[in-house]
Design a protein around this ligand. Structure first.
Ligand code: AMP
Length: 596
């Protein structure tokens, strides 16, 4: 090499190997993130061969965290955040307390100091943003009530950790470590302020950041977006979105001592109020995905596979605290607040892992001579194993849910079905057709037979639906966007809420008894899955699907769709009809692959 290029080497090795191992994992039906972690172990210092720069990899991973939290903010409004505070705040606090106590117990058994136990326990109590968001995104749950609770819970944990990171250096002396002003910039506070002084100043800074965002950000950010959108340049718009997301996150961390993730979340939340937020989300997506992969690679790099042998039982105990202890605490508190079992299970599973914040705490603890090196190794091993196990946790809850629900039904009188009110109201079991909330267990099955099932009620499905209604044909809609569901309810059209590719949701539409399936969703892969499901339930059902390319037409026909309408072709037909004034004969057949 002509000169040293560690950043390029790290990005190339990270993304390249992550791709290879992600694809391999996918081939063996393992979640790709396991592949990313393996790629990380391979480029890490603990295995022979090429070693990437861990510091750089960490910073790249931070960008992934920023973009992820920014994306969450874009889908989150202040109202959503406040609507889950009743459960998220006590939930997170109780869970942190419980996990910290367990961690301190293990530390005590290992003969560590009290301070070590505290740092260790705190590190085990905070879940990874990236892992949680990935899991929720994969299941399309970010915008459901369960997703909101999980994200709100995570934000409370994040705030608690911001506090812990500031307080630990100040308290290190008291806890038996080495007193030092660790943090840099405005974050470093002289210990002479006393504990409460430090807490007060930290909270004041967080509050100042929030106020600045609400007062200044709320005006400036939408204005910038609108201005750039009017220039008509896609590139500039994309740049504006990235500059705002990264800029606010960085500023929040440097000026206000708020975590990067929290800063990015606020930037997204402010942007979500602009009608351009949709485009902003789209523009940041590809980078977000690439950088969140680097996150997993950088975690893998920290891992020493040989520590598994030398630290056998302490690692198992650590893992048990993360996966079992934390889950039980979260489950108990969510159920105690009167939420359905399904919600409690999802929250437990999504938080049953640790990640980036735990590493930061562990590093700080070791630096302050509070935590022995062994503690950091345990935290790392616990993180890796819990991240790998996390998808299995979700499988496990799918498997446990019916059993737990049956038990709960036997021991407690059934909760009466009430119409859905504000999302804050706990203890609610949502009910019937159009008002079914997707987060409250399987939706009830429709009474319709001989009906049409219309999937998606957007630009296409909406028009199809009103035509069916005018023709007085019986039909119901499966739709997963809350806004559209509200519209369906207003139009008093029967609807099942949720992703139609989900077995329970689809079954609620009674496919066995239906005569027709109309797929009015733009995603042909999802539509394909639904076609397969429908054919399995009812071989005679007539399937009409929507596509946007010749390849999609073939894909859907191959899976058993009877008729596939290609959107672009119909647009062309409309245009030609307008020009020629007659019903046009379009030459290229849709099913033929386009040969230029
Ligand atoms: P449009 O492209 O405007 O016709 O909108 C498509 C509609 O389908 C939107 O309202 C989406 O919320 C909805 N949709 C997309 N995928 C699914 C799915 N898998 N299950 C249920 N609804 C969906």
């Amino acid at each position: 090499m002509p000169h040293d290029t560690p950043l390029i080497a790290t990005i190339v090795a990270g993304l390249g190997l992550a791709f290879v191992f992600g694809a391999l994992a996918n081939r063996f039906r393992i979640p790709p993130l396991v592949g990313y972690l393996v790629a990380g172990v391979l480029v890490g210092p603990n295995t022979p061969g090429f070693v990437a720069d861990a510091g750089l990899a960490n910073e790249l991973a931070e960008i992934g965290v920023i973009l992820l939290m920014f994306g969450v903010g874009l889908h989150f409004s202040l109202k959503d955040l406040l609507s889950v505070r009743a459960i998220a705040v006590p939930g997170a606090i109780v869970q942190i307390g419980f996990a910290t106590a367990l961690g301190a117990g293990l530390a005590w058994m290992l003969g560590w100091s009290m301070g070590a136990g505290l740092v260790f326990g705190l590190a085990l109590s905070v879940a990874s943003t990236v892992v949680l968001l990935r899991a929720l995104q994969e299941r399309r749950m970010i915008e459901t009530e369960r997703g909101r609770i999980a994200v709100g819970w995570l934000i409370v944990e994040d705030l608690a950790m911001v506090l812990a990171l500031v307080l630990l250096p100040a308290l290190a002396g008291v806890l038996g470590g080495q007193e030092q002003a660790h943090a840099s910039g405005l974050l470093s506070l002289p210990a002479s302020y006393g504990i409460w002084g430090v807490v007060g100043i930290t909270l004041a800074k967080v509050a100042a950041f929030v106020v600045v965002m609400l007062v200044v950000g709320r005006r400036v950010i939408p204005w910038i977006l609108h201005y750039v959108a009017h220039t008509g340049s896609r590139e500039l718009f994309r740049l504006a979105v990235l500059a705002i997301a990264l800029g606010v996150a960085f500023g929040a961390a440097k000026l206000f001592g708020v975590s990067l993730a929290l800063g990015a979340f606020f930037a997204g939340m402010i942007m979500s109020e602009s009608e351009l937020s949709h485009r902003a989300a789209e523009e940041s997506l590809p980078l977000r995905d690439a950088f969140s992969v680097l996150f997993f690679v950088s975690v893998g790099m920290l891992f020493d596979p040989f520590s598994l042998i030398s630290n056998g039982w302490p690692i198992l105990a650590t893992l048990a605290i993360i996966v079992i202890g934390k889950s039980l605490a979260a489950f108990a508190i969510v159920v105690a607040f009167g939420y359905p079992i399904a919600t409690a299970l999802i929250i437990s599973a999504s938080l049953a892992q640790i990640g980036e914040f735990s590493f930061i705490l562990a590093e700080l603890g070791v630096g302050l001579k509070l935590l022995p090196e062994q503690g950091r190794d345990l935290i790392l091993a616990g993180a890796i194993l819990s991240i790998v196990l996390n998808p299995l946790m979700f499988l496990a809850i799918d498997w446990m849910k019916p059993w737990l629900e049956r038990r709960a039904a036997r021991t407690a009188p059934p909760v009466e079905a009430k119409p859905v009110g504000p999302a804050t109201e706990p203890g609610q079991v949502a009910s019937v057709a159009a008002t079914t909330k997707k987060e409250d267990g399987p939706p009830p099955k429709t009474a319709l037979t001989g009906h049409a099932i219309l999937i998606g009620y957007g630009r296409v499905g909406g028009l199809v639906g009103s035509a069916l209604k005018d023709a007085a044909l019986p039909f119901l809609v499966i739709e997963d966007a809350d806004k559209t569901l509200a519209k369906l309810k207003a139009d008093s059209v029967e609807a099942v809420a949720g992703n139609a590719a989900n077995a329970e949701v689809f079954a609620a539409a009674n496919p066995e008894g239906a005569s027709r399936l109309i797929l009015a969703i733009p995603n042909a892969f999802e539509a394909g899955q639904i076609v397969l499901r429908a054919r399995a339930a009812n071989p005679g059902i007539n399937v009409i699907a929507r596509a946007h390319s010749d390849a999609e037409v073939e894909h859907l026909k191959g899976l058993g769709a009877d008729t596939v309408i290609m959107g672009e072709r119909e647009i062309a037909r409309g245009i030609v009809e307008e020009v020629l004034g007659s019903k046009p004969e379009l030459r290229r057949e849709t099913a033929e692959p386009s040969v230029a």
